[in-house]
Structures are given as C-alpha cells and as structure tokens.
Ligand binder design. Structure first.
Ligand code: PHE
Length: 440
C-alpha cells in the first residue's frame, strides 16, 4: 500500500491534469489521445515493470543499480548511462515543473479571492495573461513551490506527504468527476463536440510530431525513463506482483488524464476558446466552471489545493535522484545536498518562467526555454532511457529468471519477450525517427 501510494503519487500530477489536455489540444485531439493510450499500455506498462524489476534486483540508486545488475548479468557497466541520463532528465524536468507547480499554488489564492466569480472565457484569458505577465508573481510562487519540495526532501518526510495522498487523490478524483458532470450538464452540444474531439479517430491528424509527443507524454506521465521508478523498485518486497501493481498505476494515471480532458474541452468549445491555447489551457478553462457554479469558490480553492499536492508528490520524486547522487558523490549531508540541488534547479526555473514573458523572444532552434526543456526531456531523453531500459530487460537479462519473478505462464512469457525484445524497441525508434523527420 505504501509503495502504491508512492508510485501513484509520483505518476499522478501536473502531467495528467495540466499537460495532457493542453498537449491533446495542440496535437489535434484524438490523434494524440489514442496514440497516448496505446503508448501507455503497450510501451509504458512493460517499461514500468522493467524499471521495478531492475530496481528490485539492484537495491541502489538508478546509476549503481544499472551498473550492478549489468555486472551480475555479465554485461558492460556502460549501462549505467541509462541511469545517468535519467537523473539529468529529472533535474531538467523539475526546473519547469516547479514553475507550473507555482502557478497551481498561486491559483489557490486567486480562487480564494473570488476572482473567478461570473467570469467568461474572455475574463479568465485576461486574468491568466496578466498573471503570466507578472514576473514577480511567477517568481514568488515558483520559489514557494521549490522551497516546499526541498523542505520535504531535506527532512525526508516524503512518506508523510504520500500518506496525505490517501485523502487528496480521491478528493481530486471526485472533483474531476464533478467537473465532468457539470460540463455535461451545462455545455450542451459542446460536450459532444469535446467527446468527438478527444476520441473519434481522426487519422489525418496523426503526424510524426503528434505520435512522438504522445510517446514522450506516456513516459512523462508514468515518471518513466528517469530512474525514479527504478529507485522505487528497490523498496519492493519479493512477493509483490509487479504486473498487477503496474496495471493499477497505469489505469489510475490514464483515468485522471482522461477525466481532466473531459472536464476541460467542453468548456473550451462552449466558450469559444482555442484547443491549442497552450500551457495555460487549464488555467483559462476551469476557472470559468468555478466562476459560474454554486459553491464554485470553495470548490475552486479545493481543486487547486489538491492539484498542488499532486504536483508536490511528483516534484519530490523528481528532486530525490539528484539529491541522492550528490549525497553519494560528495561529502555533503542530505540537507546540504538538497539545498545545493534545489538552488541550481530553482535558478534554471527562473530562466524558464521568464520565457513566458520577458524572454519570450529568446529562442534556440526556434523554441523558448520552457519549450526547449520540455522538448529535450520528453521527446529525446525519456524515450532514449526508456529504450535503454527495455533493451536491457529484454536482451541483457536472464529471461528465465524474469519469467519466474513475474510468475508468467507460457503465453504471457512469449508476449513479454515479444514486446520487450521486438515491438517496443522498434516502436520507440520508429516513433523517434518519424517525429524528428521534417514535418510538412
Ligand atoms: N509523472 C508526473 C506527472 O505526471 C511528473 C513526473 C515526471 C514525475 C517525471 C516524476 C518524474 O505529473
């Protein structure tokens, strides 16, 4: 149970509620959603199992785990690079994750002031635009969020926070369901339009870019390719059934994302907003619902509190690998290691938050700093480390032992080998090539 909470706490976060809908909106809806669902179950689930399996064998941090397990299987210790790129990925992701976590936290206060009351799409868009333009605001809340993350990690009280998830997560789930029901009741035909947008296959919208984005998001959403799940695997008892646990985490993660999409897109269509609005999508749409429903102020405050907690349980898992590495490689104490890592990540986060206003024009390869960090991690680093993990599990490890460890019957074992050895590696490589090809 404690393990499930930690794993689900890391997986469910801003990725599901903030990132999933805005990416779906930008990438043409169903083309993204359907590929994301396939990627979650066909690619994400086996990689999640593989990360836990390797982590349980290695019993160390991801870099040493990869090294040790590789050595035990008689393989090169260069496999540790999977762990190294993973830690670097978590470091980069946290820098922008904290900025968005800060938005969620600030929206608790904005909601509490009753700012959403009676607002329409124009109002919420204006509110968000002013919000983004205020560097000092973004700065303060990014700092608050990063401080909270560092505080929890430094004191090693992550487990306590995860326990609070027992209340927060169901709360978040219930509120999301409530928002979907509200959307269904008030937005009339826009609800149907949203449903079609998200789920009716629209093959022409399937581009290399959308498919790569969906793959990257599956990794992001399940916290894969960063050694995080691998590190969690070291806490797993021998008797835990990895496959059924992984299935539960994936299903939960998907449900939260889909609910979020179903709550948001009816509002988009009913209020004449753009699905491709970008990173501000949930902050522009959900306040319309809270501003016009009975008890909306309280519910809005609660929603952003729950969202902030979900973000915190993910951000602590993002900070942990860097801190552990620093603790191990230097003579720093846990507290000092946390302070040093957090300050560097926080500083990078400042560059990232400026890319929403003052530094909007500062671009590299046509992308601002936020987009660049997101691109580099989700579309390049995570798929690469994911690929490394699955190739390692499928080709480098003793398959008979894995079979016993996973309690696989003959059919499932054949499926496991087919997925890990052939389907996933080919799919990931093909998607990356397809995604990086010049787009029409
Ligand atoms: N999975 C988290 C989310 O969806 C984000 C995250 C990514 C956490 C990578 C840890 C590692 O919000």
């Amino acid at each position: 149970m404690g393990f499930m909470l930690a794993a689900a706490g890391s997986a469910v976060g801003l990725g599901n509620i903030w990132k999933f809908p805005y990416m779906a909106g930008e990438m043409g809806g169903s083309a993204f959603v359907l590929t994301y669902l396939i990627c979650m179950f066909v690619i994400g689930l086996p990689i999640l199992v593989a990360e836990w399996l390797i982590g349980r064998r290695g019993q160390k941090n991801p870099i040493h785990t990869m090294e040790d397990v590789a050595k035990a299987e008689g393989r090169s210790k260069n496999w540790r690079w999977v762990g190294i790129i993973g830690v670097l990925g978590s470091f980069l992701i946290l820098s922008f994750y904290s900025v968005i976590g800060g938005w969620a936290t600030d929206y608790i206060v904005i909601a509490a002031k009753g700012s959403f009351v009676g607002m329409n799409g124009n109002g919420t868009s204006q509110l968000f635009e002013n919000f983004l333009g205020s560097v000092s605001h973004l700065f303060i809340w990014h700092t608050v969020f990063m401080f909270a993350t560092a505080f929890i990690v430094a004191l090693g009280v992550g487990a306590g926070l995860e326990r609070s998830c027992k209340i927060m997560m169901p709360g978040l789930g219930l509120l999301l369901i409530g928002l979907v029901v509200y959307a269904a009741l008030v937005s009339g035909p826009a609800f149907e339009q949203a449903f079609k947008f998200l789920f009716t296959p629209n093959w022409s919208a399937i581009t290399g870019k959308a498919v790569l984005a969906a793959l990257g998001h599956a990794f992001f959403s399940l916290s894969l390719g960063m050694g995080i799940m691998m590190a969690y695997g070291s806490y797993l008892g021998k008797d835990v059934n990895l496959i059924s646990t992984a299935r539960t985490v994936v299903i939960l993660d998907v449900i939260v994302a889909i609910l979020s999409g179903m709550a948001i897109f009816p509002l988009v269509f009913a209020n004449g907003l753009q699905p491709g609005e970008g990173a501000g999508l949930i902050f522009v749409t959900l306040p319309i619902a809270f501003g016009n429903m009975a008890g909306g102020t309280i519910l809005g405050v609660l929603f952003f509190i729950f969202l902030t907690f979900a973000a915190l349980t993910s951000s602590i898992s993002l900070l942990e690998p860097t801190v552990e590495l620093l603790e191990e490689k230097t003579r720093l104490s846990r507290v000092s290691a946390t302070v040093v890592s957090s300050v560097v990540i926080w500083a990078l986060g400042i560059a990232c938050l400026l890319s929403f206003n003052e530094w909007k024009q500062v671009t590299l390869f046509g992308k601002n700093i936020f987009d660049l960090l997101d691109y580099l991690t989700s579309k390049l680093m995570l798929p690469l480390t994911g690929l490394g993990t699955i190739v390692f599990a499928g080709w480098m490890m003793n398959q008979q032992l894995i079979r016993e460890e996973l309690h696989l019957g003959p059919a499932l074992f054949a499926l496991w080998k087919f997925l890990c050895r052939i389907v996933i590696p080919i799919a990931v490589v093909a998607i990356m090539i397809y995604g990086f090809m010049p787009q029409k």
